[in-house]
Design a binder for this molecule. Structure first.
Ligand SMILES: Nc1ncnc2c1ncn2[C@@H]1O[C@H](COP(=O)(O)OP(=O)(O)OP(=O)(O)O)[C@@H](O)[C@H]1O
Ligand SMILES: [Mg+2]
Length: 394
């Protein structure tokens, strides 16, 4: 019953049977059990219980002790309580929670224990719930102490403010992709090297400079989702492929979005071997800036498998965000796939958190996709989008 209750409340029982046997082997009758839950048996008297408790208190592998005592012929609750108080004094920092099941004498023993500062309950369910609450409290304290030491990243805030200012002067609240890239870079988030071009010849020159393979994307204020209208071509390996892609994009748009104003094209360096994730910032009227993370593609669109945290984030927050999504196993190299650079994702999430609190002009920001390379390779945002406020923020 105690085992089920622990499982239900997420309390992990020590299950190293060899270790448990080493600790308790010589102290328990042969018909008892050294496995967790350890069974000292009703045949044991107070002294035997006390020895088992002493061994548990002494082991640094055991963090918390839940001692369940049922009143039996061999022992008296009052003496049992006295032994528990004595033993816990030897190691006052390790939590010991007791359950005394029995009649009037057990009730009195519970009072004695409580007056000595030892949590004591008449039933297992309440004891385990309290233990779970205690663990939550310890976790919360740990998070709070981390919040105090928030990591500060170097960011070029001057540059970020300048990009925002010049877009605002032109009356835009939607930044161009190249502007969004500049902000990412100034915040320490890597983006694909990207150049804006107005003609096919310029595209060819820039591609030569960046080195093939490249990606070609249309730039138009009338097109919100570029690939929906055939406005993105990836993995172009040569000038010939680039020219064909350029012509195809132009004719796709002519068919699917006739009349769209085309400013030009972006030529980006192709990033290979990245797992698609998305990350971003939004603002909630109640909670303020929020950071989001999820795996890209169908995981976000169909399954809504994303996690959120209020900024600023601690490292623990960012870590939890990554592991909270259902598809997080994919990041660890599922079925022969490569393990991904998870610490680089955490770095990006922390930076987004800091950016959202330092630059209040950013209403919304999307890195979609943020490509995560194999471990050690980092993350690269290959499609960035930022919306800013109409009015300047302090
Ligand atoms: N530099 C790049 N390297 C590798 N793959 C890329 C690169 N740029 C884009 N891609 C791939 O092409 C897809 C579409 O590109 P992108 O995200 O820029 O367009 P989009 O999502 O259609 O546009 P929007 O975000 O405006 O809807 C990306 O999801 C990604 O898979
Ligand atoms: Mg995109």
């Amino acid at each position: 019953m105690a085992t089920d209750a622990c499982e239900e409340h997420g309390i992990h029982l020590l299950d190293d049977y060899k270790l448990l046997n080493r600790i308790f082997g010589g102290l328990i009758p042969y018909f008892g059990s050294t496995r967790n839950p350890v069974d000292v048996t009703g045949q044991s008297d107070e002294e035997k219980y006390a020895k088992v408790l002493r061994a548990a208190l002494a082991s640094d592998k055991i963090h918390t002790i839940l001692l369940i005592y049922c009143q039996a012929a061999q022992s008296r609750p009052r003496d049992m309580a006295r032994y528990i108080i004595e033993e816990t004094k030897r190691n006052p920092l390790k939590p010991v929670i007791t359950v005394f099941i029995g009649g009037e004498e057990s009730k009195k023993a519970i009072e004695t224990l409580l007056s000595s500062g030892i949590p004591s309950f008449p039933d297992v369910g309440r004891a385990v719930r309290s233990l779970a609450a205690y663990y939550r409290w310890v976790g919360y304290k740990k998070e709070l102490s981390q919040k105090k030491k928030l990591e500060e990243f170097d960011m070029n805030l001057e540059k970020i403010k300048n990009v925002i200012r010049s877009a605002r002067i032109e009356g835009r609240t939607q930044l161009l992709e190249t502007e969004s890239n500049d902000i990412c870079e100034a915040a320490g988030i890597k983006t694909a090297v990207t150049r804006f071009c107005e003609t096919v010849d310029e595209c060819l020159d820039q591609a030569e400079e960046l080195g093939y393979p490249v990606v070609l994307k249309v730039v138009s204020e009338d097109i919100i989702h570029k690939s929906d209208v055939g406005g993105v071509k990836v993995d172009l390996g040569s000038p010939e492929e680039l020219i064909t892609a350029y012509t195809e994009i132009m004719s796709n748009i002519g068919r699917k979005k006739p009349g769209a104003r085309i400013r030009g094209m972006l030529v980006s360096k192709m990033v290979r071997d990245g797992l698609e994730t998305i990350a971003g910032i939004s603002r909630d009227p109640q909670f303020g800036p929020i950071v989001m993370f999820g795996l890209g593609g169908v995981y976000v669109e169909a399954l809504k498998d994303v996690s959120f945290r209020v900024a600023p984030l601690t490292k623990l927050d960012a870590h939890k965000m990554v592991h909270q999504i259902r598809a997080s196993r994919l990041l660890y190299g599922f079925r022969g796939e490569k393990r991904r650079d998870i610490s680089a994702i955490i770095d990006v999430l922390l930076r987004l958190g800091q950016l959202s609190t330092k630059v209040e002009d950013i209403v919304e920001m999307d890195l979609n996709p943020l490509l995560v390379l194999p471990k050690g390779g980092g993350c690269i945002a290959v499609d960035t989008r930022i919306t800013i406020t109409k009015e300047a923020k302090p």
